[in-house]
Design a protein around this ligand. Sequence first.
Ligand code: ATP
Ligand code: MG
Length: 647
Amino acid sequence: MSEEMVIAVPEAVARAAHIDRAKYQAMYARSVSDPEGFWAEHGKRIDWIKPYSKIKEVSYDAEDLHIRWFHDGTLNASANCLDRHLATRGDQTAILWEGDDPNESKAITYRELHAEVSKFANVLKALGVEKGDRVTIYLPMIPEAAVAMLACARVGAIHSVVFGGFSPDSLANRIQDCDSTIVITADEGLRGGRKVPLKKNADAALASCPSCKTCVVVRRTGGAVEMKDGRDHWYHDLMLAASADCPPAEMRAEDPLFILYTSGSTGKPKGVLHTTGGYMVYASMTHEYVFDYKPGEVYWCTADVGWVTGHTYILYGPLANGAITLMFEGVPNYPDASRFWQVVDKHDVNIFYTAPTAIRALMREGEELVKKTSRKSLRLLGSVGEPINPEAWLWYHRVVGDERCPIVDTWWQTETGGILITPLPGATDLKPGSATLPFFGVKPMLVDNDGNVLEGATEGNLCIADSWPGQMRTVYGDHDRFIQTYFSTFKGRYFTGDGCRRDADGYYWITGRVDDVINVSGHRMGTAEVESALVAHSKVAEAAVVGYPHDIKGQGIYAYVTLNVGEEPTEELRKELVQWVRREIGPIASPDLIQWAPALPKTRSGKIMRRILRKIAANEHDQLGDTSTLADPAVVDDLVGNRMNRA
Ligand code: ATP
Ligand code: MG
């Protein structure tokens, strides 16, 4: 795929957008030359109880590491998402909920949400929850998840949302790690027509969490559950008696808002801690500008609230902006693989934000399923979570967006709180596969392995030179791990762990995690490039590439390939794919081994777990490490059974 391809900002998009090219350039320049002035101004976009006078107090020096934004201001995050809208748009929809069952949906107004949140905040108080306490939320994608999160924010408790797909063990680890005293769950979740036994999982987890003494249970399916006397309470019972009057707690800007465990692609999950003021400013600002959100538009982010994308771009960002945010309980392929587009038509969705894994899965099913829907309401598409292969990008653009909708490929991390590198639809010409340019206030830099800063068109380790308001503040309970993980590899800089290329136009191309870089006969290669070449073949749906020990080259290239529905895995095709990659990239990148993979091992958020694939490729399948965040362990068994390297 040629990186020369540029898709210019359509005139009409630029004219209607919040930010056009000239404005981006001027604002960006000021944001990095005068961060104090820039953020002093933009910090006002949210409501403060006591205005800040301090803006940015940051040191990335490992000896004296501190990150503080708007330090002396006070505010409440839930008041910013709810109370501030009551006068202007109290009767507008806040959450548009679409159930797993296509016949189930409902709209909740800002006024209704405000009342529910206030009530549940009173419930939490009655259960003894105080400022700073940790509350674990283990819920499906139902409005009560949003209510629970905002209610925590309202009373100043710290929520820790654990994705509903996690096992009892994973849940228990996360409850113990942050010492939470209360869990909020549901009887069962519903995904793709199947029931998920959440309460049963929570019971199993709580058996090993003696300090967690309270469990609140939302009734979702009505399935039978055991309720333990004195510990378990029904949500609806508690809500009946609760008052809808609960003044928001006055929080300091640097008081914690939430803990969230990273998705676990690379190892033991980290409890990423975000605070209140800077996070809210950054969440709302990125949501408005990256998605070019305009009042009244229907905005849909398909993530789960269990991931940071759900926190920032289903909940806090959109609600702070008074948006209509769609929350979807189901999965992309239920009842069939056109569900996303049916939902888009049903609710006239204007802005749609999803992950490459979903795009590749739907691509595999063919375009008919998309084309039979209208999608005329769509005006902007987004992608997040992994590098998006140019082939998948172009399909998304042509088939889903009818070549009308710009795509924002947004690069960020749980740690960054919000989007750092991204196009702005009215300002940035697009290149398929590139996350393009930094957001306001963000100073990306590429450094070599010795920490030397690289200039111009080059490739290296992606660092961020200075802080932005949405940055994480610590690893909960382990500040040393925070410093070690992010600030010790390259002194004085935030290290993202990702590799990246910058082209002659200053565009950034994420090449994958640096741990995944392959070194073939001294040539360093990102996994993204080889995978994109494979995916560009018409028979290939998805590919994952890792290095494995090779006597002559140091590392050889081992590719796991999933074919499109209906394609046969043959020896001939294997040879054809090797030739194909040779032609696309060069002989140095041609795979030494190709294994047919019915499916790839993924995290529960849908990211390919190359760490595990590396072990299988190295014939070290007995040392797979922590597999608790794996979505489907059976996938790994199949790959181990059919591994190509048995040396
Ligand atoms: P862990 O840190 O526990 O290993 P994780 O890194 O998968 O898990 P997240 O914070 O959800 O957890 O993911 C952030 C990572 O996802 C980034 O560091 C990057 O590798 C990848 N990523 C996210 N968005 C993009 C994007 N638009 N393009 C390329 N890569 C992306
Ligand atoms: Mg990470």
